[in-house]
Design a binder for this molecule. Structure first.
Ligand code: GLA
Length: 691
């Protein structure tokens, strides 16, 4: 206790002389939907092309009865829209959209480019994807196209343009989804040519590339760009491997933009454009890709049927961060998935919990995948709203309840955005660089990020996840767990943030590499060293835990440990190793320092959860951040959506047992089962607070 108080005193002392910390103002709400569509879009992926047209009205009436107001259609219907090259058939889609409108559904149109038709893949094999082992894809799956194929780009642009010409001003079409979960790269001839052009553009000359990549090593030196292999992983030059990720990001962003431009030529600007992505998927930089679309959307699945709410919370906050704007949950499961070894269904009430969790974190739409399984498709076992006989599945009633609640709460939620109190910086480059060279295979950069996110989200109840290049200046506390790749410019912005009164926390492995994945020719944290006032004398991969002692309290480090050496007089040692018989000895494991009106803290070790939990509590206190709803029991997720003179609290009890909630004075229940301050297990409550 004494040591903890000592740390608090140290840190509070560092901050005491400073004016009030920076306090985040919520971002202004930006619509993710058409003018008069419902505030919360609720619906389902529907594939009318799978069914006889006489079935459509029955299905749409059942969708309406479920409380749906939105359907996403056409995303895999290329062979139905263009059954022969250049011969377009949209009349069926006209009728499907008209039917949806008759039943009060708004329509999101998917461009069908994730599933090219057989005439294309047969007549033009250059449009097919080639795997890294040289195997060319065959027809019958999906995403079997080459993302660099010029011919494929032309076909994709044409179908998107044809659709937009026909539906770009349709009053019932609220938006567009480009393709479906873009991701699988290709290694065909066009990709290799694009790779060489990309590198040439990026480095200008082969001499510059050779210098930046230190290609004298192992005689890698290239005479020209055409000699550079297109490889995704393995024992290759760190610069090449990082640039591969930049290349894939660049190509997918251009691929999406190709269709966005085709749509924008014809579509009403109120029809917004998105693409459904896959949260932590590290295939490309999602923040960069989302520069090509109006708002983000993602697909949330819990294949084992056992949701970990704090991880799902992080997934939503990551997606919200791409554009710092509300998003759509474009797909989620009405029960179970069908692509893992054991596809357990969510428990009763959890589909509702997860729907409300998405909205709590900034989703303005929740759509289920899917309405009904095609009788002969590859996903016959996937959870759906209707069974194979076309009648409602057991989950249908729970979905009806969600529909009623979304309709009830929609007006209150309209124009609100999540209230985030602190920010975390997620660097794709750093994740890729560490993943390529784990050095301790247990050092999973995503797990490390989530080890910080969990205590931060539980204790602050509002976390924004941003890239290091986005604006984090409004947050009183910014946490960057593993900024392994950091540029001079990024280091400069972080220093400015601290000097202006921000409180910055850096985690281990920060400041090792430049943006070509080369080591900075100085000790970590490289360009952050002047700010931190200390440097890393050495890093150590740990195969066992190491005791620590100091102001954060007794605890242990695991996986990674760095020996820190203060360089500046005003650096305070927060924590020391207590391992006298090892290289770590009693050296500094964490340091902190007052710089300008803020503080910077460097944690040089992977702290085990209890210790990190304690540190986070102290860091929040010292940044002046308090929970939105203090005293909320463990397992109850608190979120706030705020804006335009409104404050909505969304409380979700993810546990089995009832929880007692300190209901704020003046709170009005909008929906849910909070009663007398008690929220039952798996219960949801939405409260409107006096502004
Ligand atoms: C992905 C795709 C959907 C569907 C679901 C369920 O998210 O977007 O088309 O295949 O998985 O498997």
């Amino acid at each position: 206790m004494r040591r903890t108080k000592l740390l608090a005193t140290v840190l509070l002392g560092l901050c005491a002389a400073m004016p009030a910390a920076i306090s985040p103002q919520p971002a202004r709400a930006q619509a993710t939907r058409y003018a008069d569509a419902p505030p919360i879009a609720f619906g389902v992926a529907w594939y009318p092309e799978h069914w006889p047209e006489e079935r459509w009205d029955t299905d749409l009436a059942l969708m309406k009865a479920a409380g749906f107001n939105t359907v996403r259609i056409a995303e895999f219907a290329w062979s139905r829209m263009e059954p022969q090259e250049g011969a377009f058939e949209f009349e069926w889609l006209d009728r499907a959209i008209a039917a949806a409108r008759r039943h009060g559904m708004w329509v999101v149109l998917g461009t069908p480019t994730a599933a090219p038709p057989a005439w294309m893949t047969h007549d033009y094999p250059d449009t097919l994807r080639v795997a890294e082992d040289g195997q060319r894809a065959r027809h019958g799956g999906r995403r079997h196209f080459s993302f660099t194929s010029p011919r494929y780009r032309e076909f994709a642009r044409r179908i998107a343009g044809e659709m937009a010409e026909r539906y770009g001003n349709h009053p019932g079409v609220v938006g567009w989804q480009i393709d479906n979960e873009v991701g699988p790269p290709s290694f065909d001839e066009s990709a290799v040519a694009a790779w060489h052009a990309f590198l040439h553009e990026r480095y200008g000359s082969i001499d510059t590339l050779n210098e930046r990549w230190t290609t004298q090593y192992w005689s890698q030196r290239y005479n020209n760009f055409e000699q550079i292999p297109l490889v995704s992983s393995g024992q290759h030059n760190p610069g090449l491997l990082l640039e591969y990720r930049h290349f894939v990001t660049d190509v997918w962003t251009d691929y999406v933009r190709n269709q966005v431009e085709a749509i924008r030529q014809h579509a009403d600007p109120r029809q917004l454009i998105t693409t459904n992505s896959m949260h932590w998927n590290a295939g490309y930089d999602h923040t960069k890709l989302h520069e090509a679309v109006d708002f983000a959307s993602w697909d949330a699945y819990v294949p084992d049927g056992r949701p970990v709410w704090i991880n799902l919370a992080g997934n939503h906050d990551l997606v919200h961060g791409y554009k710092q704007r509300n998003f759509w949950l474009m797909e989620t499961q009405p029960g179970r998935t069908d692509w893992v070894e054991l596809n357990r269904a969510l428990d009763p009430g959890q589909v509702r919990e997860l729907a409300w969790q998405a909205v709590a974190h900034g989703a303005d739409a929740v759509l289920y995948w899917q309405w009904r399984s095609a009788l002969g498709g590859q996903e016959q076992y996937f959870g759906t709203l209707l069974g194979p006989d076309g009648t409602p599945a057991p989950i249908y009633q729970e979905v009806q309840q969600i529909g009623r609640e979304f309709a009830e709460a929609g007006p209150a939620l309209e124009g609100t955005v999540p209230r985030d109190q602190v920010a975390m910086l997620y660097s794709y480059d750093s994740r890729w660089a560490i993943d390529y060279q784990r050095h301790n295979n247990a050092f999973d950069p995503l797990e490390q990020f989530q080890s910080y996110y969990a205590p931060l989200r539980r204790q602050s109840q509002g976390v924004a996840i941003l890239s290091p290049d986005q604006d984090f200046s409004r947050y009183p506390l910014v946490v960057a767990p593993a900024l392994n790749v950091v540029t001079q410019e990024q280091a400069q912005r972080l220093a400015e943030y601290v000097r202006a009164g921000g409180h910055l926390v850096l985690g281990p492995r920060s400041g090792m590499k430049d943006d070509a994945n080369m080591m900075w020719p100085q000790k970590q944290p490289g360009p952050l060293s002047d700010l931190v006032g200390a440097q890393v004398e050495q890093f150590y991969a740990l195969d066992e835990k190491v005791p620590l002692a100091g102001g954060i309290g007794a605890g242990e480090a695991e996986i990674w440990a760095e020996v820190l050496e203060p360089q500046a007089e005003d650096v305070e040692v927060l924590q020391r190793y207590a391992a006298p018989d090892s290289w770590l000895g009693t050296s500094a494991a964490a340091v902190t320092r007052k710089v300008g009106r803020g503080t910077v803290t460097y944690l040089g070790a992977w702290l085990e959860p209890e210790l990190l939990e304690r540190f986070v509590g102290q860091a929040l206190a010292n940044a002046g951040v308090t929970p939105i709803l203090p005293g909320t029991p463990e397992g109850v997720e608190v979120s706030e959506r705020t804006g335009e003179g409104k404050r909505l609290l969304v409380l979700i009890n993810h546990g089995e047992e009832a929880a007692t909630i300190a209901v704020p004075a003046g709170a009005r229940s909008v929906v849910g089962e909070l009663s007398g301050g008690t929220l039952p297990g798996h219960g949801v409550a939405v409260l409107q607070l006096p502004d």
